[in-house]
Design a protein around this ligand. Structure first.
Ligand code: ACO
Length: 203
């Protein structure tokens, strides 16, 4: 019923949609964002553009894409590429809300702030876990071993590329995904307000 395959450029719109439909700590975030593309610009689009060999999707029988895992082997290089190529045109589209206090920003403005001020993964994290990933399945695809299958496929690809370790950030309220990562062997590395960082050595 579901096929796992490498992502293609023609999957881009589906990746953006799934990103939005799982974007509120794993739940549908469609009602939260005025711009339906803004989340995908940060968490989906650049992965397909700059690391397509580490992007995999689940395709349903009718050809619909129902989930993805997106990774990059070298987070520091990815961040540098985004600074050069990905963020500048998006900064033209979305104004910087820096003048608006954080608590007063809309969800769109919080993402626009990330576009203008992207956070940097700390060097001590990257020295052990240089890769990072995002994984999202639509509700009908969840809970049947497909998250594990997507993750195994990406982790194998990262290992084959000689990557030493992978990290990820997950919303503090997304306890289901946290349980999934722990079950797959990820260790909690730290907490920041609103998010938890996990890591997994690959060698
Ligand atoms: N606690 C403990 N074990 C768990 C949990 C949990 N909360 N969830 C799953 N597991 C176990 C399963 O029992 C299964 O065990 P087994 O393989 O040993 O039998 C294993 O983990 C794999 O479970 P799957 O069925 O493959 O999990 P699923 O397909 O639901 O994928 C995922 C998990 C990716 C979290 C999916 O539910 C999802 O996409 N949720 C919505 C979006 C989301 O929250 N994404 C994460 C955002 S954070 C980020 O991307 C870095």
């Amino acid at each position: 019923m579901f096929t796992l395959r490498p992502a293609r450029e023609t999957d881009r719109a589906a990746l953006y949609r799934i990103c939005l439909e799982t974007g509120a700590s794993g739940q549908d975030a469609t009602h939260l964002y005025a711009d339906p593309l803004i989340l995908g610009h940060v968490y989906a689009g650049p992965y397909l553009t700059y690391a397509p060999e580490f992007a995999f999707v689940l395709e349903q029988a009718g050809g619909e894409v129902a989930g993805y895992v997106l990774g990059v082997p070298d987070t520091a290089a990815f961040e540098a590429t985004l600074d050069r190529e990905w963020w500048p045109p998006l900064r033209e589209l979305y104004p910087d809300p820096a003048g608006i206090p954080h608590a007063e920003r809309t969800p769109d403005q919080r993402i626009a702030h990330l576009i203008h001020h992207p956070p940097r993964a700390p060097q001590d994290l990257l020295s052990v876990y240089p890769a990072h990933l995002h994984i999202d399945l639509l509700p009908d695809a969840q809970g049947g071993g497909r998250g594990r299958a997507l993750m195994t496929t990406l982790l194998d690809a990262l290992r084959e590329a000689g990557v030493a370790g992978v990290h990820l950030g997950v919303g503090e309220g997304n306890t289901r995904a946290q349980g999934f990562y722990r079950h797959l062997g990820f260790q909690e590395l730290g907490r920041a307000p609103g998010s938890v960082t996990f890591g997994l050595p690959l060698t």
